[in-house]
Design a protein around this ligand. Structure first.
Ligand code: PHE
Length: 337
């Protein structure tokens, strides 16, 4: 029996082939679960006399290893032959690396920030987790006031004082805390509202809000600043129109529309045949807001405005579904390279 194993080892060691199906035949000859040489010999093991068991076992294991190594070796040899190095065409162009690109929301934020920094606005940032004062009460939202329902809020734990900011106006409160007028700043950032996710709304989105406080700041300054922004951002032919609105922190307040850049104001399905697209809210800073932030409302006036970046990007690039900004689908993002 031992000599049979040795003979099989020698055979396996000497075996050569270049055909894949023959390698499989070779493997089955030894290793098949039924009738394979190695399998059958293992079954014989219990009949081997006790004093021969050690030598028999060692030889059998050697046979098994030789066969397994041989199968691996032959397979490698065959696959190396299928893709021979000498057939490499060095003149072929290389595989190009995938190139990343800026997210459209970042591009829009940078572009808008740049327009306002040209006008002398600084950029300020603040925390996403805020307290009630910075998001609401310092902005003239009295406790229990229904205006708080305009911005459905996420609270942290069960503490009604700690919440996720619903707008970046909170950053402007921080600026007023720390700076004396003149103040001219914009605050870009992520904001959170407890809204059902749809093509037009998301519970996380981005804003840029602006604040300008100085002596003799008027509504005309606000209008002119926004007109300049609209022309710079959407193109020279862009017009704006202001509609009266309500915000607790501004008085008077307005909503601003730009003429639809897709149809030049003639009316199309994006602007719902009105020729206008709403882009932001604004107004003159309410005297209550100035006073509760330690600014003399007899001496100073100011304006504020705020816009959602997703909405602006949708208008600029003709995107119909806001959720696309959050899915990180490369087919979408690649279009902004
Ligand atoms: N903070 C408002 C919002 O998030 C936008 C706004 C800012 C309106 C400043 C008027 C003035 O809806």
């Amino acid at each position: 029996m031992l000599s049979k194993i040795k003979k099989l080892i020698k055979e396996a060691e000497e075996y050569v082939t270049e055909a894949a199906d023959e390698v499989e035949e070779f493997r089955l000859k030894y290793m098949a679960k039924k009738g394979g040489e190695v399998t059958e010999l293992f079954k014989e093991f219990k009949n081997v006399a006790a004093e021969e068991k050690k030598e028999f076992g060692q030889a059998l294991n050697t046979l098994k290893n030789v066969v397994q190594d041989k199968v691996i070796f032959l397979k490698q040899q065959i696959s190396a032959k299928d893709s021979p190095q000498e057939n490499l065409d060095l003149s072929l162009p290389g595989n190009s690396e995938m190139q990343g690109s800026r997210h459209p929301i970042s591009s829009v934020r940078n572009e808008i920030s740049e327009i306002f920094t040209r006008l002398g606005f600084t950029i300020s940032e603040g925390p996403e987790i805020e307290d009630d004062r910075h998001v609401f009460s310092a902005l003239n939202f009295p406790p229990e006031h229904p205006a708080r329902d305009m911005q459905d809020t996420f609270f942290i734990e069960k503490n009604p004082d700690i919440l996720l900011r619903t707008h970046t106006s909170s950053v402007q409160v921080r600026v007023m805390d720390n700076q004396k007028p003149p103040i001219r700043t914009i605050s870009p950032g992520r904001v959170f509202r407890n809204e059902a996710i749809s093509a037009r709304a998301h519970c996380i989105f981005h804003q840029i809000e602006g604040l300008y406080i100085d002596e003799n700041v008027s509504f005309a300054d606000l209008k002119q600043t926004l007109l300049y922004f609209a022309k710079e951002f959407f193109g020279d032919k862009t017009e704006i129109r202001l509609r009266p609105s309500y915000f607790p922190f501004t008085e008077p307040s307005a909503e601003v529309d730009v003429s639809c850049s897709l149809c030049d104001g003639k009316g199309c399905n994006v602007c719902k045949y009105t020729g206008w697209l709403e882009i932001l809210g604004c107004g003159m800073v309410d005297t209550n807001v100035l006073e509760s932030n330690g600014i003399d409302s007899e001496k100073y006036t100011g304006f504020a405005f705020g816009m959602g970046l997703e909405r602006i990007a949708m208008i600029k690039y003709g995107i119909k579904d806001l959720r696309l900004f959050f899915e990180n689908d490369l087919r979408f993002l690649k279009q902004f390279q």
